[in-house]
Design a protein around this ligand. Sequence first.
Ligand code: URA
Length: 238
Amino acid sequence: MQLERILHTQGFGSRKECRALIRNGRISIAGEEIDDPFVDLEPNGLSFSFDGEIWIYHPQAYVMLNKPAGYECSHQPKHHASIYSLLPPPLNGRGVQSLGRLDEDTTGLLLFSDDGKFIHAISSGKRKVPKTYRVTAKHAVSDEQMATLLAGVQLVDEPAPIFAAGCERMSENEILLTVTEGRYHQVKRMVAGVGNRVEALCRVAVGGLLLPEDLAPGQWRWLSNEDLAQLLGITAGT
Ligand code: URA
């Protein structure tokens, strides 16, 4: 594939803009500046540097972000900055979208992709991908409240009770709550529905993929093949 086209697929701008980046000496491969936009390269496995920063060719983008509080999951945020402002321009240039949304004050694992089928498969309710949240509650969480979360909470405007798929105690005021749907303010409404209140909410897992401890709030990284397998619940050898 021609270098100009490779950069275009990776979100570095229009074909014309990518041509200009190359001609202006901003792209190097293996330490050597490349100034021919039409040089033919094998894209798979290609590593290039843009203004000194290393990029690896990815046919599709699958990315995780540790969402900090104070960011809206929207391209047109109303009161806070957009989560998309935390991603580098080429990822936005290739049109990545978040898989579902987290509230402005919710932190933790948020995934992005430009693969429409993948986004649909993970975010649509059909697949019932479990999402686990660390809930810090205002009041001590009673055993009865935990039992009700598992048995089903009837929320206003919902036709049937919503069940937690898992509920584990971490401390007096902290539980790990797993849900398989993604309804509006679902966790906050469920916790309110059992007579408590969410003070802080952090998503710590989607499917089998855990929020990495070394991913600081506001940082993003590419998903590895192993991450993708964990997300989809595919174990080695299956
Ligand atoms: N449930 C909520 O209430 N808020 C979120 O951000 C995610 C799940």
